[in-house]
Design a protein around this ligand. Structure first.
Ligand code: NAI
Ligand SMILES: C[N+](C)(C)CC(=O)CC(=O)[O-]
Length: 489
């Protein structure tokens, strides 16, 4: 059963992050949170998320799902397909919330707890229908980080796990099924060890919070966005790989390289030491500013990984494929005007030392418009996997106006000719306020990806293209069509 309506019980940091991800993916969300400031706090997270998504992808985004705050829990969960529990990390609160949920929810609704480390078997104790409860442990910010740990308890129905594993990729996530239940699952065990060691290093006066964070972000933190610890250490072993790495560094395990067998006393002195240093390090930014800095960096990192077809970038690419495919099937283009092919804001990393969108990004915008158009005629991931595609063989761009970071832009596309192996496109790049920023004229050739030579497209592609080409033949020729460099001076 598909998930189109979700309830969020607990709309704090994580509940708000879930709300953002879900409504971004056309899901109708109802929230219950008794805190009087919950709605305002959630809005701030939704605003951040909207900015981040505008930069994350050029793909046609889904319609935004609705968001409603319910007066009580029963109203929130009554018709939900998915219930996301994100209340504080306390077993007693969570269990009492499940009792209320069970009294009001549909029996087939999936209940997903965001808990960071409580075992689902402990959460399920006392439930009437424990089979539909599982843990879906996300990472902050939920709307940008793809991974979600899926953990079932002893009573969890395998069908519920499968439902979760099928659902999360549709909203751009990478579910990892942790098949053996353990407190804190996998991620928080790893984070906890780093956190404990970090507390010791500060407590013992070895370094400051600033120095420790610099060591992470200028060093191994950069590596971790793209390779985990095992792949990283395999490479660090040189040609001989993991075995050599282990032979060299295995003995350190018995040296005093870790404090982890001990836990520092968690007392006021330690809290003051850490909190004061943290204020000195980052207190000149508000939390909202830090969230925005974090989000922009996470967007840029995922885009870089996408360009390298690696790690979290592959999840983003797969998500975009879903968005493009979904948009392709949604509506027939209106052929009485050029087709709106893309809409987005100028990503900050598209701008250069002149404080405007770099010339190369104009081509990027047109290439994305071409890709969007190709998907519309059926040249999608499946078609490309079957061996057919288009290559661009000639491009002419006129840069007509500048545009700055974060400004809303769009592309419109007209088919000048589209028959046989050839496709001639004309794109306009516009500011959302209507100002013309650039035009791009492109000649493409259909190719076989096996022979790398020009071939006729499949009949269904040729037919879809022909319909648009015939419609667009009735439109006026675009101003600037066929221009060569230097004309008109
Ligand atoms: N903050 C983080 O970095 C992460 C937290 N988590 C998990 O997510 C869950 C929520 O954590 P946060 O969002 O950080 O906490 P939070 O304190 O920001 O939010 C909890 C929200 O639950 C509400 N609440 C309390 N009792 C409630 C009830 N009976 N019914 C409905 N709402 C109620 C509170 O008003 C509050 O807005 C926890 O289980 C936590 O372990 C998971 C991943 C990361
Ligand atoms: C600190 N924490 C245990 C709540 C962290 C998480 O659960 C995941 C995260 O976002 O780091």
């Amino acid at each position: 059963m598909s998930i189109v309506r979700a309830a969020i019980v607990g709309g704090g940091v994580i509940g708000a992050g879930w709300a953002a991800r879900l409504i971004e993916n056309a899901i109708a969300v109802t929230v219950f949170d008794p805190a009087p400031d919950a709605q305002a706090k959630m809005q701030a997270v939704l605003d951040n998320a909207a900015q981040a998504y505008a930069k994350l992808t050029m793909a046609p985004r889904r319609d935004t799902g609705t968001l409603r705050f319910a007066a009580d829990l029963a109203e929130a969960v009554a018709d939900a397909d998915l219930i996301v529990e994100s209340v504080p990390e306390r077993l007693d609160i969570k269990r009492s919330v499940y009792a209320d949920i069970e009294a009001a929810a549909r029996p087939d609704a999936l209940i997903a707890s965001s808990t960071s480390g409580i075992m689902p078997t402990d959460l399920q104790a006392g439930m009437t229908h424990p089979g539909r409860l599982l843990v879906a442990h996300p990472f902050n910010p939920v709307y940008l980080l793809p991974v979600v740990e899926i953990v079932g308890g002893k009573a969890t129905d395998p069908g519920a796990i499968q439902r979760a594993m099928d659902f999360y990729p549709t909203i751009g996530m990478k579910p990892v099924h942790i098949t053996r239940e353990i407190e804190a699952f996998v991620a928080d065990r790893l984070l906890e060890s780093l956190w404990r060691e970090s507390l010791w290093l500060i407590k013992d006066g070895i370094c400051t919070t600033q120095e420790l964070d610099d060591i992470i972000r200028y060093g191994f933190g950069l590596r971790f966005a793209q390779m985990g610890i095992f792949e990283t250490y395999r490479v660090a072993g040189g040609e001989a790989g993991m075995r050599h790495f282990m032979a060299q560094f295995g003995p350190c395990l018995s040296w005093p390289w870790s404090h982890l067998t001990d836990v520092p006393d968690f007392n006021d002195e330690l809290v003051d030491l850490i909190a004061d240093q943290s204020d000195a390090q980052s207190g000149h930014h508000t939390i909202r500013e830090l969230e925005r800095i974090r989000d922009e960096n996470l967007v840029a990192i995922q885009q870089a990984l996408k360009a390298n077809d690696w790690g979290a970038g592959q999840v983003l690419a797969e998500y975009e494929r879903r968005l493009f495919d979904g948009a392709g099937h949604q509506s027939e283009p209106d052929l009485t005007a050029p087709i709106r092919t893309t809409e987005r804001r100028v990503p900050p990393d598209w701008t250069d030392y002149n404080n405007h969108m770099n010339e190369a990004r104009y081509l990027q915008a047109f290439a994305d418009a071409t890709d969007a158009f190709l998907r519309m005629i059926g040249c999608d991931a499946d078609y490309i996997a079957s061996g057919g595609s288009y290559f661009t063989v000639e491009t002419h761009i006129r840069h007509l106006a500048e545009v700055a970071a974060n400004e809303p832009i769009l592309t419109e596309t007209q088919v000048i000719a589209g028959a046989g192996k050839k496709l001639h496109l004309f794109h306009w790049l516009k500011h959302a306020d209507g100002r013309l920023l650039a035009t791009g004229e492109h000649m493409l050739v259909h190719v076989s990806l096996q022979t790398r030579a020009a071939t006729e497209p499949a009949a269904r592609i040729a037919k879809a293209l022909d319909e648009i080409a015939q419609g667009h033949a009735r439109l006026p020729a675009p101003d600037g069509l066929g221009r060569a460099v230097g004309q008109g001076r």
